[in-house]
Design a binder for this molecule. Structure first.
Ligand code: UDP
Length: 242
C-alpha cells in the first residue's frame, strides 16, 4: 500500500494515530505503555505493542471472515497498521461471559461466576468523568449515538462475542469479558474499531483459570510480559518475544 504517514492526530494511552496521504486511512502505532485505573497507574510492558498490534489484526481478520466489518486494512510492520479512518463513537462497549472486575464489585458477585447469559453494558468514554456507566436512553437523549446505531453496535458486540468465545475455547482460553469500540465511516456505517488484545479482554486459562491478560499488571501479579507472550503463542503457535 503506497500511503505516507503524516501528522499525529491523536495519542492515547496505548496507541498513537496518524493521518496519512489518503484521508480514508489512518496509521495506528502500538506502544508498550500501560496504564490502569484511569491513568493513575503507569508502566511499561516490554513487547506489548508488537503483540497487541499483531494479535488485534489476527482477531479483526477472523471477525471479518465471520461477517463483522472492522477498521483493519493492512499491517505495515511490528507496531504499525493501516486502518480505515472512522469517527469513534465515545462509548466503551463491554460484553461479559463470566463475572470479574468492576461487575463483581458493583453487584457483590464472586469473580469467576459464570453468567447465565452474556451481558452488555456501555460506559461513556470520558476520562474526566471516569468513564461512567451509561444506559441506552441516556446515550440517545445525549446524542452520543442514535437508536439505529445502538442496534448495530449491540448486534456487532454479541457477534464478536460468539466468534471470539469459540476461537479462544479452541486454544484453551476462557474469554471472561472484553471491551470494544465502534467507529462511524463517512457514510454512517458502524464498524468495529480500536483493538482486541490482552489490554482489552480478560483471558483465563480454561483449565487453571490463570490470568493471561492486563489484570496481571493492574493487580501487580508479576508475569505480565509472559502472559502476553503466552496468549500470542497460543494464537499463532509462534514465540511471543518477536
Ligand atoms: N476494559 C478496557 N478499558 C477500560 C475498561 C475496561 O479495555 O477502560 C476492559 C477490561 O480489560 C475488561 C473489560 O473491559 O476486559 C471489563 O472491565 P471492567 O469493567 O471489569 O473494569 P476493570 O475491572 O478493569 O476496572
Amino acid at each position: 500500500m503506497s500511503i505516507t504517514k503524516l501528522d499525529q492526530i491523536y495519542e492515547g494511552k496505548a496507541k498513537k494515530v496518524f493521518a496519512t496521504s489518503d484521508p480514508s486511512f489512518y496509521i495506528v502505532e502500538y506502544k508498550d505503555d500501560a496504564t490502569a485505573f484511569n491513568g493513575l497507574k503507569h508502566g511499561t510492558i516490554t513487547g506489548k505493542g508488537i503483540i497487541n498490534n499483531k494479535m488485534s489484526n489476527l482477531m479483526f481478520q477472523l471477525l471479518e471472515k465471520n461477517g463483522v466489518k472492522t477498521h483493519y486494512v493492512e499491517q505495515l510492520n511490528d507496531r504499525e497498521t493501516v486502518v480505515r479512518a472512522v469517527k469513534i463513537v465515545p462509548l466503551e462497549i463491554i460484553i461479559r461471559n463470566t463475572a470479574a472486575g468492576s461487575f463483581s464489585k458493583r453487584y457483590g458477585v464472586e469473580e469467576g461466576r459464570e453468567l447465565l447469559r452474556p451481558t452488555l453494558e456501555f460506559s461513556l468514554k470520558d476520562d474526566a468523568l471516569n468513564d461512567p456507566l451509561i444506559n441506552d436512553s441516556h446515550i440517545i437523549a445525549l446524542g452520543v449515538a442514535t437508536e439505529q446505531e445502538l442496534d448495530a453496535i449491540r448486534t456487532m458486540a454479541y457477534r464478536v462475542n460468539d466468534v471470539l468465545r469459540e476461537f479462544f475455547a479452541g486454544i484453551g482460553v476462557k474469554l471472561v469479558d472484553f471491551k470494544i469500540e465502534a467507529g462511524r465511516l463517512p457514510d454512517g456505517t458502524i464498524i468495529l474499531a480500536d483493538e482486541i488484545s490482552p489490554d482489552t479482554c480478560r483471558f483465563w486459562d480454561a483449565k487453571t483459570n490463570e490470568k493471561l491478560d492486563k489484570d496481571r499488571f493492574r493487580r501487580d501479579m508479576g508475569g505480565v510480559e509472559e502472559a502476553y507472550q503466552e496468549m500470542f503463542r497460543r494464537i499463532t503457535g509462534q514465540k511471543g518475544n518477536v
